[in-house]
Design a protein around this ligand. Structure first.
Ligand SMILES: [Zn+2]
Length: 485
């Protein structure tokens, strides 16, 4: 098998979250269950109607472009893309070909800048339903005219891993910028992959487009499949056909849909019903000021400021909510000495990622701001209690469950439930001495250098006290007493 140069570019469509549709005042409601409710003469393309540009949608595209380091040209305009499809009521789509809103940006993944050719604005089509066994199809125009943002990259990616990461990073960006829910299962974000294999370095092969990939997994799998398929063709000395293919996730393969159209097939021309847009620099500046810290920066900062490992930082960046909660909790530790601060940071992130996250999932809690019962200050007490050993691993779970219900401070819950640990040195000494007396064999093993004999003895202390011995102190007392034997 010969080695080929793999080149991948992506096109990503995202439905914007706006109050109304792109060119009319119909609600943009992706959760509307009744078909053909959010419609009017404009989005149904009745003759004599005129579109009006949705400013909110324009701003959201510019916001995205700025986050992707794009240029925002002073003038932008809309164009008419002509094609027939039953779910396109006007017989054309208003899109942008000649003067997109954003140009020439990039997004960094794995330390590599992937160039973004453009981000533009268009309108979505309606949706077709094909009832099983019926001799007809149904059409729902609720989605027709919903603002749709399209991003196109340059062919800068060279592996399925990079392409998948780009899609994931862009998806995360949508949430940070608050421009779209980008729910892939609901079709709010759809990925197209342009892929080519070439025998010669620095020369592109024949481009094949894989349409409508609705999950990150599908992006990765479809690319892997295409690499194999095209390699086979080239190995046999045949030519790859330029075409559009679909991904069949059940069979795990791509299927030919049609030969590729070219821009001229759509007979694009400037949309006569809409004036060109003048993008005022002060509006761009206002939008720029609204952009929060983005995932790439936040990832780096969490590692630098709190000494987190990459994996923990990634989880806290991906779950934006949890990351913010982590930083709020850490505010309570800001006066601690550096080494203690770092230790508390690790503990806080660990307890949020394990204890906290599992309980949130179990309870179906998606937002931990506002009415969430455990204030970050209270959670910081939980962290300190665990780090100092006031809360053992076992009791901490009961306490945290209670905190979820009542929002109370851990110390109050410990008192109420009688979960205080035995931290009295004299009392612990008595218990440990008893355990030593009753386990001569383990003591002997320990003296011979068997480390797990120590763990066994600690286990006995815990069993005797029903888990109430302060583990850190018990271990100190045991070490000392064993030394004296
Ligand atoms: Zn409408």
């Amino acid at each position: 098998m010969a080695e080929y140069q793999l080149t991948i570019g992506l096109e990503i469509h995202v439905e914007l979250r706006t109050k109304s549709k792109m060119f009319c005042s119909c609600p943009n409601d992706p959760d509307e269950r009744n078909p053909n409710v959010n419609i009017c003469p404009i989005c149904l393309g009745h003759p004599g109607t005129l579109p009006v540009i949705n400013q909110e949608a324009v701003k959201k595209v510019i916001k995205t472009g700025l986050a992707l380091n794009c240029q925002i040209p002073e003038y932008s305009s809309f164009d008419r893309k002509n094609y027939f499809y039953p779910d396109l009521p006007k017989g054309y789509q208003i899109s942008q070909l000649y003067q997109p809103l954003c140009k020439n940006g990039f997004l960094e993944i794995y330390g590599k800048e992937i160039k973004v050719r453009e981000v533009h604005l268009e309108e979505d089509t309606g949706s077709l339903v094909h009832p099983l066994g019926a001799d007809h199809s149904l059409v729902n125009f609720n989605r027709a005219g919903v603002p749709l943002m399209e991003l196109a990259t340059e062919p800068d990616m060279n592996s399925a891993r990079e392409a998948r990461k780009f899609a994931e990073e862009f998806h995360l960006l949508m949430h940070y910028l608050d421009v779209s829910d980008a729910d892939m299962e609901k079709g709010q974000m759809r990925v197209e992959v342009n892929i080519s294999l070439s025998k010669e370095k620095n020369k592109l092969g024949t481009k094949v487009e894989i349409k409508n990939l609705n999950s990150f997994k599908a992006v990765g799998q479809a690319i892997e499949y295409e690499i194999k398929r095209q390699t086979d063709i080239l190995d046999k000395g045949n030519k790859v056909i330029q075409e559009t293919r679909g991904w069949d996730s059940l069979k795990g393969l791509t299927v030919s849909q049609r030969e590729k159209e070219f821009a001229q097939d759509y007979r694009y021309f400037p949309e006569p019903d809409l004036p060109p847009l003048h993008i005022a620099q002060n509006m761009v500046n206002e939008i720029k000021a609204e952009i929060p810290e983005l995932p790439l920066k936040r990832r780096e900062r969490l590692i630098r400021e709190y000494g987190l490992d990459e994996k923990s930082a990634e989880i806290l960046v991906y779950n934006k909510n949890l990351g913010e909660y982590f930083e709020e909790t850490m505010l309570n530790f800001r006066n601690k000495p550096k080494d203690e601060f770092l230790k508390l940071a690790k503990a806080t992130s660990d307890y949020i990622i394990t204890d906290m996250q599992s309980r949130l999932k179990k309870r179906g809690i998606t937002s931990i701001s506002g009415s969430f019962p455990i204030k970050s200050k209270t959670f910081s007490t939980y962290v300190t209690s665990r780090v100092t050993g006031i809360l053992s691993t076992a009791t901490s779970q009961t306490v945290l469950d209670d905190m979820f219900e009542t929002g109370k401070d851990p110390s109050a819950i410990i008192k109420e439930k009688g979960l205080e640990l035995i931290s009295d040195a004299g009392e612990l000494k008595k218990i440990v001495n008893e355990v030593i007396k009753n386990n001569p064999k383990a003591v002997e093993d320990y003296k011979k250098g068997k480390e797990n004999a120590f763990q066994y003895l600690i286990g006995q202390v815990m069993a005797t006290t029903k888990g109430k011995a302060n583990p850190e102190m018990a271990s100190q007392v045991l070490t000392k007493l064993l030394k004296d034997i």
